[in-house]
Ligand binder design. Sequence first.
Ligand code: SAM
Length: 352
Amino acid sequence: MLSTDDVFLLSTELASDARFSRALNEQLRAIYGSPPYQDWLGTVAEVQPFELSDVAAVDLLERAGLARSGRLLAKLNLTEAGIFLTDGVWIDPRVRVFPFCDESVALIGFVRKSGFATWADWTLDLATGCGLNAMAVGGRSVAFDINPRALAYATVNRALNGILGEDCVLAINDIRDGIPKAVCSDLEGHVLILANLPFGPAPSADALPLTSNGGESGGDLQIAAYRAIDRFVRSSKGRLSVRACLMGLSVGDHVANRWDIVERAIEHFGADRVKWHLLTDEHVFRIDGVRQLENPASVAVAMPGLASCRLYTPDEDERIAKVEAFANLAKRHQDRGNPDIAYGIVEIVDAT
Ligand SMILES: C[S@@+](CC[C@H](N)C(=O)[O-])C[C@H]1O[C@@H](n2cnc3c(N)ncnc32)[C@H](O)[C@@H]1O
């Protein structure tokens, strides 16, 4: 496994050697674009690190600490923001940095389509993972995450893509503690808050990785983010214009168009400040690496479906037990009047 120390050491090397950084960027893009990498991506083969075979000259990768025994020790994501290194699913789920970029692509697509990227003077990313969202919007940003390993990767990715540290501040933070006042006291103008916090409904604390576990309903950290945003807005005393886009999954009722995380946002901010954007072009729940279900979907299908993912749970006995636990969770949601689950963005408008 690539240790967090290895990731940190790579970030220092990239920051001190721009030529090495450019060469590594090119090499990683070439690997990403190669047919073997594209065949590996989005399949259950992702349970093991990618085999480099003759795709790449390994010297540069070995200098970067990214190759061992002919395998690439990290995963690559290519987005409009650049080439990003992150963990693969073979890393311990308790510390794993989010391996996928499809959620970030959907969130950034929404932000661009809505004109918020050009509106923003500052972007705050409440759970940045390897840095995708903050770095995609560009301009000045402050990006937080609870996981030091995620911030180590984000520091690598910032250097790898030529983004200055003073333009993109990376800081450790648990959203349940709020938005750090010290880091944000100098903000001015329009502040765009983005969040792709964990939102997977989970029957127990160890049922999903750190990146995905959102408690029984999936909404625990969305609700923590509402509290944090509310306090942040109040403490800015009208000095800032704030807009937030929080990606999430929500239990609810499709027929009644009633979604739990939207109702909870309305409790905090009032109905006139909250908009719900169902991501109708997106599928819901990544199963075996690919989002497969219609959005919205019934909890009875979606929850056991999520648990059947062979990427997250390669061991069959463990998977069978998980499917049962998630089916029971679906039943509890149905009994509470929430037969469906939807994937979308809660927008908090002009929260000042
Ligand atoms: C689904 S990943 C999204 C990563 C990235 N934003 C993206 O879109 O690719 C969720 C992120 O939330 C972070 N996270 C989990 N619990 C958190 C908390 N309490 N406060 C802040 N970040 C948290 C995880 O470490 C992870 O990086």
